[in-house]
Ligand binder design. Sequence first.
Ligand SMILES: *Cc1c(COP(=O)(O)O)cnc(C)c1O
Length: 426
Amino acid sequence: MQLRDLPSVDELARSVGDPLAVDAARLVLARAREEIAAGADPGDLESRVRAELAAVRAPRLRRVLNATGVIVHTNLGRAPLAEAALERVMEIGRGYSNLEYSLEDGARGSRQDHVADILRRLTGAEAALVVNNNAAAVLLALAALAEGREVLVSRGELIEIGDGFRIPEVLARSGARLVEVGTTNRTRAADYERAIGPETALLLRVHQSNFRVVGFTESARLDELAHIAGAVGLPLVDDLGSGVLVELPGEPSAKESLAAGAHLVCFSGDKLLGGPQAGIVVGRADLVDKLRRHPLQRALRADKLTLAALEGTLALYLDPPERIPVLRMLDEDAAIVRARAERLAGLVGGAVEETVARVGGGALPLAELPSFACAVEEQLAGPLRLGEPPVVGVVRDGRCLLDCRTLGEHEIDEVGAAVAAARARQ
Ligand SMILES: *Cc1c(COP(=O)(O)O)cnc(C)c1O
């Protein structure tokens, strides 16, 4: 093909007959000119325009099969939602709702009221508030309770979690002043006591999330801090990070934190709770009320789809919550995971490997969950990511491991088909 054989943009666009075709035709023709100049044949232009249009219309945010073995994988959207939560999202999203309307009074209501009762029941708190994520919850708590004043934090808890959320920076943005207490490895209750002054607004305890200090360490117990704070009438705020609602060894629940004396507890909705991205604050009614009335609350509030998914997830906690995918994956017997890996290996001719799955999301960073993967050729990792649906595995020791703890029973056939398709495209 020569340059003069190329159709005009209009001709090519018309041949495809799509309202978006003009831009696509222009792009395809520009590339074709370069290819011809380089001595290559641009091939069938019409099908290239169609491929371009398909790419324009295809969603960029896509469902992915998580074969990494990391259950709360922040890069892969953290917690998959339970069916019951998804149903609530569909129902509320499809039409109108009483989001901010009191059906009893026929007047304006509060979006915060829908999940407050169940959060109180599940945590034993006096009051509850929901915002967009836990970073927002911590920011709001500090802004509402400590702006222009001092916040005491242990040097061992001045953490950065993923994506640049640094406690000292969030604290500075809230308008509060950080007062560091103790040392990196050892902070005692007496260190807090000594640091309290006329400018102190609150004591902040931060879950260390995804790192641990080991060896010669010491930290103050929450009940000791509550005692110190209570004696001088200051609030103790606990940023729990994950904030499970069930009993999980090594991971403090919101209920335990409140019972130990924390006055306000902040945690995420989409980590071990297994719900949508949200920041949940529970605790003393007067403190929660201060947060609710702060102007930032309006900027940080959760939307109706979040609230619908959260209410749907929380309702599952009224019964044994095995219908919550995150908790199910966490709890599942290794023998069942192994059976899935064996089935996948049978489908694709791979090898079953013993692996270690992780909780992720900053919770229980040292916990190792026994797991099993199906190992396939390392070169498949890329094609698997680019397939439909994309499959994300782990490349290790020259192989691509497909960890079956984070793959559902119903996803094994899909992964099998994806591996076959990836091999065919090689
Ligand atoms: C994850 C985490 C946060 C931030 O929560 P998001 O819901 O991701 O905003 C804050 N503090 C701690 C200790 C965390 O682990």
